[in-house]
Design a protein around this ligand. Structure first.
Ligand SMILES: *Cc1c(COP(=O)(O)O)cnc(C)c1O
Length: 399
């Protein structure tokens, strides 16, 4: 019979080796959920600050609109904003989901917040009250005027222009008429104008030409469009021409090279600010021929020690990590074997019981060889998926 997860953990807690084991101190724990064995995420505030400094130097002191969408790339949207807000280099924050924009205000964040995702007209009043700027690419001038009249608060907007990505934004050929129409509405002010690159070398150059031509035509005709911004982490590495008035990176802030080739360019020295850790819950020896994992995913060919770790695909650990990626326990890298199940994975520890229950297993952190980009590459997983798929319920500890 399969032991339930709950019974499994309480059985593990009863083993004598845990006598004297100290749970983590609770004082610095940000999330409500926490326990001794469940996996957790560590956010290194000093590394976030360092990375912002690196980006700021690279972009020659242009302001940074920090992209903290999707739960702050796994770190927690408010956790990241609280660390970054005091930095002069940070002009504001950009998210894609309305509730994240709201969360930032609830958390006391005061710098500008740009909502780069959808909203309904009925939500404009909430944006006005919370001082959240929407990204706009349709003719909503009349609605903006109505909300301004009703709330007494005009809503500044960023216009999004589609120069070739084909995702959202007004098609660049229709941008001028739209902007003129929006500008005719009494309450409308432009706080910025933006586009998003396709991250295709050739098309990016053409997109930049389209964007610059369109914005300079409008500016020459007397329009005040606000800062032009386009550069994600990719362009911060690849396209100095696209730094424009403000940059808009996400991944680089978290200390992760979005492309492995960027790591050796020497342009920015990024330090990972996110770590995923857990504690071994069970260590056992298998005899030759004995198996581990559903459907006998692993079979021992010699006496071997395995450590069970309570982190699985439901937490965001990619299934593809099994038989590819490694975890670090007590400074030693051990392969993840068998398969990744919902709440568990298994590390192969070797001939000796070198790991004991309660030892910390690091899935990734800032150490070379264990960086999120290293783990992602080993697991054959995009590092964007790796950190954005970390379950929002996992406790986050800012250290
Ligand atoms: C996610 C996103 C960014 C940041 O991208 P990174 O690759 O993480 O730097 C910038 N702009 C838009 C519109 C985005 O959706």
């Amino acid at each position: 019979m399969l032991t339930s997860r709950r019974r499994f953990i309480s059985a593990a807690s009863a083993v004598p080796v845990l006598a004297g084991f100290q749970p983590a101190p609770k004082a610095d724990i940000v999330a409500l959920r926490d326990s001794t064995f469940d996996p957790w995420i560590e956010i290194t505030a000093a590394n976030l600050r360092h990375n912002v400094g690196e980006i700021h130097r690279r972009v020659e002191n242009r302001p940074i609109l920090a992209v903290i969408k999707n739960n702050g790339y796994g770190l927690g949207v408010a956790n990241v904003a609280r660390v970054l807000e005091p930095l002069d280099a940070i002009a504001g924050f950009a998210v894609v989901k309305l509730h994240e924009a709201m969360t930032l205000r609830d958390a006391g964040i005061r710098k500008p917040v740009l909502l780069m995702g959808p909203f309904a007209e009925g939500e404009l009043a909430d944006l006005a009250h919370r001082n959240i700027m929407p990204m706009v690419y349709t003719a909503i001038g009349a609605a903006l005027d109505r909300v301004a009249a009703r709330t007494g608060r005009p809503v500044p907007i960023h216009v999004c222009v589609d120069t070739g990505l084909g995702r959202d934004g007004v098609p660049f050929r229709e941008a001028s008429p739209l902007i003129k129409e929006l500008a005719a509405s009494r309450s409308v002010t432009f706080a910025g104008i933006m586009t998003t690159f396709s991250e295709d070398e050739g098309l990016d150059k053409e997109q930049l030409r389209r964007f610059e031509r369109m914005t300079s035509d409008l500016t020459n005709a007397g329009a005040t469009l606000g800062p032009r911004h386009a550069a994600s982490s990719f362009a911060v590495f690849q396209h100095p021409d696209a730094f424009l008035d403000m940059v808009r990176p996400g991944m680089a802030i978290y200390g992760i090279y979005s492309e492995s080739s960027f790591r050796t360019l020497g342009l920015m020295d990024l330090w990972p600010a996110i770590a995923l850790k857990t504690r071994a819950i069970y260590v056992k020896q298998l005899q030759p021929g004995e198996s581990a994992g559903y459907e006998k995913a692993y079979t021992a060919t010699k006496p071997v020690w395995l450590a069970t770790l309570p982190v699985g695909h439901a937490d965001g650990l990619p299934r593809s990590a099994a038989n590819r990626a490694r975890v670090r326990i007590n400074g030693v890298m051990y392969p993840i074997v068998a398969s990744v199940s919902a709440s568990h994975c298994i590390a192969e520890v070797g001939d000796e019981p070198a790991v004991k229950t309660g030892d910390i297993a690091t899935v990734f952190d800032a150490q070379d060889g264990s960086r999120p980009d290293d783990f992602g590459a080993a697991a054959n997983a995009s590092v964007y998926d790796l950190i954005m798929h970390l379950h929002a319920d996992l406790p986050r500890r800012v250290v």
